[in-house]
Design a protein around this ligand. Structure first.
Ligand code: IPM
Ligand code: MG
Length: 363
């Protein structure tokens, strides 16, 4: 099979971590008899530097012509980078929001798994993490506060800013269905997270999720308020299977969930629409402070490439080969600095990519 993959290396550590994921993809393709053709796409600061805006219409068209897009990260240091002198709609993050919206990538899957080997990097007590945990955060990605009306006005010398949180029932229903579909392939439990004790949008969310649940009698549905969920994630992460939530809550909870797995450098993600197309990216940011140092963890990006093979190309065997290679390298005790613990061997970004590549197809 020929895999036509759009590649957005992006800013900060993006180019370094994507390079490693491409190495792993090329090797996987070679071992399993596929070919990868890459289309380099500019987005974020890298696009601002060339085109003056974070995402051009032409880039969107080129992304659409690919089967899937693999992305690194976008954005820079808000204090020092010239990109942040631009108006908000022209800054790097606006490119990411635009591509999500234009490609209708409403379903964001962020799996948070505690690897046995990484227990040492997990900040939680051993009795809490005993037996590991494995949850999937299903974040709605094209609605809510991120895309609602916003404005800043000055009245009588007083500045007032407003962002609106809006969802219609169709938007809630389609993400809920995705959440239940995923749960059916896992442990059949959905925790829908909202703030229904305060927000109208959450009350509608709860109602529509309950309606959607009727079509999935085998799935256990529970509702949880977002503040409680933030607490439960560190108190008892094992209780979660699928966490289904709106855009902003998902953004916050997924960073929290990643930290309890040891590092945000381990958290992959897939953003999907109604077709097989997807945008795959690590959940972490561009980490400008460590960019170019060769120390960033490429594993989240490599695992995102595995998700791409599974969801966009139905290549399950190939995806598993990548996941197994990651596990093997971790078992051997090799670690990037973010997941380093006593007695392990610290290695850099490229070395991590090389080691994982070396295990593809080796049993
Ligand atoms: C993420 C990031 C983005 C988001 C930023 C960079 C706009 O934090 O993918 O979680 O908030 O969605
Ligand atoms: Mg985030």
């Amino acid at each position: 099979m020929n895999l036509k993959i759009g590649v957005i290396k992006g800013d900060g550590i993006g180019p370094e971590i994507v390079t490693e994921a491409m190495k792993v993809l090329d090797k996987t393709a070679e071992v399993y008899g596929h070919t990868c053709s890459y289309e380099q796409l500019l987005m974020g600061g890298a696009s601002i530097d060339v085109h003056g805006i974070p995402l051009t219409d032409e880039t969107i068209q080129r992304a659409k012509s690919c089967d899937a897009v693999l992305m690194g990260s976008i954005g820079g240091d808000a204090k020092t980078s010239p990109w942040y002198k631009l108006e908000p709609s022209k800054r790097p993050e606006a490119g990411l929001l635009k591509i999500r919206k234009e490609l209708n990538l409403f379903a964001n899957l962020r799996p948070a798994v505690l690897y046995e080997e990484l227990k040492g990097a997990c900040p939680l007590k051993e009795e809490i993490t005993e037996g590991g945990f494995d949850m999937m955060i299903m974040r709605e990605l094209t609605g809510g506060l991120y895309f609602g009306e916003r404005k800043t006005v000055e009245e009588n010398g007083v500045l007032t800013a407003m962002d609106s949180l809006c969802y219609n029932e169709n938007e809630i229903r389609r993400i809920a269905k995705r959440g239940f579909d995923i749960a059916m392939k896992r442990r059949k439990k959905v925790t829908s997270v909202d703030k229904a004790n305060v927000l109208d949008s959450s009350r509608l969310w709860r109602k529509v999720v309950e309606q959607a649940a009727e079509e999935y009698p085998e799935v256990t549905l529970e509702h949880m308020l977002v503040d409680n969920c933030a607490m439960q994630l560190v108190k008892d992460p094992k209780q979660f299977d699928v966490i289904l939530t709106e855009n902003m809550f998902g953004d916050i909870l997924s960073d929290e969930a990643s930290m309890v797995t040891g590092s945000i450098g381990m958290l992959a993600s897939a953003s999907l629409n109604e077709t097989k197309f997807g945008l795959y990216e690590p959940s972490g940011g561009s980490a400008p402070d460590i960019a170019g140092k060769g120390i960033a963890n490429p594993i989240a990006t490599i695992l995102s490439a595995a998700m791409m093979l599974r969801f966009s190309f139905d290549l399950d065997k190939e995806a598993e080969a990548i996941e197994e290679a990651v596990s093997r390298v971790l078992k051997e005790g090799c670690r990037t600095i973010d997941i380093m613990s006593e007695g392990k061997t610290q290695i850099g970004t490229a070395q991590m990519g090389d080691l994982i590549t070396g295990y593809i197809g080796k049993h």
